[in-house]
Ligand binder design. Structure first.
Ligand code: A3P
Length: 312
């Protein structure tokens, strides 16, 4: 049983998956060491910070809604396609535990990871770079960071918060976008998150920095980059299988990755695997919102050479 940015998951028989679990009221944001968070990701802080990473761990780090599930699934397929090992019954969120997750009544991310016997351990995180446990740097674990342009991230996050009862109330789109620009989101400021990890990557750490837009543009090319970073040489047959299974439509149909097993997600409000596009922001931003956003973006992103594409 695992969670996503607030996704509560239980191991279910698939015909049991619509059964709803009673959830506590939605959490509220608070300032945690300069970053907006909810207690679902801070209440186990000391244990998260003491987490013992290993050299062969692979961490998938993203700001929420940047494609963590997609890349986690690609890696799970690349490493474990050849094993039977629960692939037909265990949700992805259990196969790739969420490091900082801590919701009373649910298994704890750190505990799940400590119990995981398979190698390498694939680990999910949304932590900003300054919060990552020290042992990842000490052990030189491999880190795949995925970044997505701010506008599509904001839209995706809005729909996610609408349907995820373990996230704060999103309010209406206009107020949500305003809060996004202020960094008052769970896991803090998108701007600081993508810049912080980008800067860390420049110092030669063991980080592959990928872009969601590149993955959409040419998934096979990015798969190649992932494999060469991880020292993997998949057969042509495996590459083909990964490409097929990790397609948006395949993942949307796959109950073990599409959020069907997540008790905190109301898929009637919005799907978890929702649109999978670059440029959906155009269906949400008004002309005025876009102008304000661009102006503010220019100010927040002056001190970096990090570039994003908002259209392909
Ligand atoms: P949208 O809401 O824009 O559709 P995360 O896993 O980090 O929460 O990211 C979720 C976003 O990744 C969602 O974006 C989701 O649809 C998208 N996504 C998931 N699987 C995908 C795939 N196979 N191809 C393209 N996008 C995918």
């Amino acid at each position: 049983m695992m969670l996503d940015a607030g996704i509560c998951v239980r191991s279910l028989e698939l015909d049991d998956r619509n059964q709803q679990m009673e959830l506590p009221p939605r959490p509220t944001l608070f300032d945690f060491r300069g970053v907006s968070m909810t207690t679902y990701f801070t209440d186990n802080w000391d244990n998260v910070q003491r987490f013992q990473a290993r050299p062969d761990d692979v961490l998938i780090a993203t700001y929420p809604k940047a494609g963590n599930t997609w890349v986690s699934y690609i890696l799970d397929l690349l490493y474990f396609s050849h094993t039977a090992e629960g692939r037909d019954s265990v949700p992805l969120f259990e196969r790739v535990p969420f490091l900082e997750l801590y919701v009373p009544g649910f298994p704890i991310g750190v505990d799940e990871l400590n119990e995981l016997t398979r190698k390498p351990r694939l680990i999910k995180t949304h932590l900003p770079v300054q919060f990552l446990p020290r042992s990842f740097w000490e052990q030189n674990s491999k880190i795949v960071y995925v970044a997505r342009n701010a506008k599509d991230t904001a839209v995706s996050y809005f729909h996610f918060d609408r349907m995820n009862l373990a996230q704060p109330e999103p309010g209406d789109w206009s107020s949500f976008l305003h809060r996004f620009m202020q960094g008052k989101m769970v896991f803090g400021s998108w701007y600081e998150h993508v810049k912080g990890w980008w800067q860390k990557k420049q110092s030669g750490s063991n980080i592959l920095y990928l872009f969601y837009e590149d993955l959409i543009e040419d998934t096979e090319r990015e798969l190649g980059a992932l494999c060469s970073f991880l020292g993997l040489a998949p057969t042509a047959a495996l590459t083909e299988a990964v490409m097929k299974e990790a397609l948006f439509d395949s993942m949307k149909r796959n109950a073990l990755v599409n959020g069907s097993t997540a008790t905190s997600l109301d898929l009637n409000v919005s799907p978890f695997i929702r649109k999978g596009k670059v440029g959906d922001w155009k269906n949400h931003f008004t002309v005025e919102q876009n102008e304000q956003f661009d102006e503010d973006y220019g100010e927040k992103m002056t001190n970096t050479d990090l570039q994003f594409r908002t259209v392909l």
